[in-house]
Design a protein around this ligand. Sequence first.
Ligand SMILES: Cc1ncc(COP(=O)(O)O)c(C=O)c1O
Length: 481
Amino acid sequence: MNDWATSGVDLHLDLAAGTGARVGLERALRDAVRDGRLAAGTRLPSSRALAKDLGLARNTVADAYGQLVAEGWLAARQGSGTQVAGSPAPPRPSRHRAAPEQPGLLGSPAADGYAYDLRPGTSDLSAFPRAAWLAAARRAMAAAPNEAFGYSDPRGRPELREALAEYLARVRGVRADPGLILICSGFVQGTGLLGRALRARGARRIGVEALGFPDTRRILRTAGLTTVELPVDGDGARLDGLGPPHRPAADAVLLTPAHQFPAGSPLSPERRTAVVEWARATGGTVIEDDYDGEFRYDRQPVGALQGLAPGQVVYAGTGSKSLAPGIRLAWLVLPPALLDAVVEEKRSADRHSPVMDQLTLAELIRSGAYDRHVRRMRLHYRRRRDRLVTALALHAPRVRVSGIAAGLHAVLELPPGSPATSDLVARASRAGLALAGLEAYNGPTDGPGALVVGFGSPPEHAFTGALDTLCALLSDRAAGR
Ligand SMILES: Cc1ncc(COP(=O)(O)O)c(C=O)c1O
């Protein structure tokens, strides 16, 4: 029995049945076309490639293809090989749908039909460095040793861990030993791995910023931890909720020190020092979510907290903002004491992240293309931020914009007397614009309210339209002032 997988279809070829290899191959192909496993338009491998896969003579495969072309099952086109006859059918809508994303949290305009999307959570997908990624993928594939295609170290490929160690030290001041880096499928997976590893090592309570993604809290609770909410002010998260060192109220804390998500304030120098001292004194763990640390506009970026206490702080970075969320690649730099527990969680979750993407990212970083992309995007987002601030100053001067020194989103505090943000979000939706209110991130539901505007999200061609729609909605005239 030989199996040939094409387009995810296994042709069970019973070539030992005595009917001859050619007849067996023809029958298997007919069956696969008839029952839809090989759809109209599917390109078949060349006769040479299929013969090699199946251990047959090339003529046997070429003859079988010729017979099926003559019978009308297959079509042969000059220059484009052999394919299943007929035009590809449009994809049938599936009855099985994923549960919808919680409204207002993550931008996904193609999926939910908005003309414009200013929800935070994604980079400008139209600026993904396709050519550089493709070139890096080619080089990485050519250079990959055979063993790369087998099961790998749960921490990830050494090429990527080494490239990241150098990059993070240089750009974010992270003290990174490649042996202490673990590659995961987004920080979403990293949160779960860390939560379970901490719980397995005896942790019970974890401090979280009171403003943030509801998902993060849910994942940590699913891992068996109790979350302790830390209110957020202009200096980042308040730390009193962690308790004094002699009687800590938490075993760990998850913070966004460079740019609080979503409020936008950096953790003040005093609180940076205080949280490190708290962790040293209690043996607690600090998780530093540095999701957009590369995008700081008006002054030098503040280095990562991890550089102050690598034995206490987990540094978490992601490619979701610097490249795109769809690549699902993130990295944890772990304190030595946590390494084994997190590696075990990763091994149980999925053994390791896909190697080709890791090798491609390693090559992108190593070649300097990643640095160039980040530099270009920093300028791109900075211009967008400036356009947002200028347009609002002109059309809606009573709206206060904050959190704009860094990152891809801003908080727009609405003036007293404004409609409820849920009203504004609904009005925006009718105008084709997806918006998110601060309450979607656990923000207050009373008072004038605020919007969290992801100015990085729209593709370039849609940014002007998105901005105009936003300004029309928030303008003093629209508000009757
Ligand atoms: C606060 C915060 N942390 C982390 C992430 C990245 O998550 P992931 O790496 O799973 O895409 C995001 C993305 O939106 C975020 O907003």
